[in-house]
Design a protein around this ligand. Sequence first.
Ligand code: ATP
Ligand code: FE
Length: 371
Amino acid sequence: LVVLGIETSCDDTAAAVVRGNGEILSQVVSSQADLLARNGGVDPKMAGEAHSQVIDQVVQETLDKANLTEKDLSAVAVTIGPGLSICLRVGVQKARKVAGRFNLPIISVHHMEAHTLVARLIEKNLQFPFVALLISGGHNLLILAHDLGQYTQLGTTIDDAIGEAFDKTAKWLGLDMRRSGGPAIEELAGEGNAESVRFSIPMKQHKDCNFSYAGLKTQVKLAIASKNIDATIPISCASSQDRSSRADIAASFQRVAVLHLEERCQRAIEWALKIEPSIKSLVVSGGVASNQYVRARLNQIVKNNGLQLVCPPPSLCTDNGVMVAWTGIEQFVVGRYDPPPPVNEPEDFVYDVRPRWPLGEEYAEGRSKAR
Ligand code: ATP
Ligand code: FE
């Protein structure tokens, strides 16, 4: 079994070829970082065009690197949501073109399920049920994974995701935006004193598993203004005193942003164990899970609860094609795929893309409604 996975839900065009046993034969990620830096964020139309420009090349390079042709594939998996519909459509169109021409089944993948299940490629002993914390630019989810395609949502963000807070903090601190904000904050935080700025932990009074990062973003903005930091002066040109106050804010922000995750994870583990007492693992995935401080702090929480932490390597935490191919494999082996599309799809064919697509049902009043 050899599956090609295609991912275009946001700003990275990614593809990979993975074997049924989890062996990664090749992977390619083409990032729109430069475009992002120029625009200060994702512009859906431009992101869609950027995907269109590189998609053929990314897929070809992926096959070449694996020393394969389309004829060697068993199926094509593609992210159909959630994400930007203009972007999703580029990946779905390409996947259907390849599948149609080479008579291959097509597998529709949920982007957040892919972020979750890639943990089962990394850790072959990871069995359902388990708890997962998914932290990225657009999502902040705590879920209970019962089985493939069966999830209970324990918590989500009521406003922004943690990755968005990292990205904005980086922008306001004048960090280099040619790459995403998260790694830049992580690096600068290493120079700072995490106790120096007193940010308050969000939603302390709410005894649930939901998140909020909008208020923390505002606190950061106010702290930056009060220290007279000028984001138009890049950090590389800042005086040493200015640089150290930026580093203090980065470190203090990171500490509190992660304390919020820790508190919510502890509660989610308690809730989840009541529903599924056999749980042994917490998966942490999504772009922010590549942060070493995040990993270390959550590892401690997991250990305190006698569980195991499963966190994919950074390249599989941020958007990638491997997670899509692997989730496709998990679905394929239980028969969840569609027959090959026609060779020439009509021009006006309406692609099934799902820009908004919740992962599982919400958990309410101590009852799991998903089962
Ligand atoms: P979503 O998965 O919600 O659709 P996305 O696909 O854009 O969003 P990912 O690629 O999974 O997100 O993650 C990108 C996010 O991860 C960005 O917000 C980025 O700043 C953050 N990130 C990446 N590396 C780090 C790091 N080392 N520390 C903190 N945040 C990080
Ligand atoms: Fe993602």
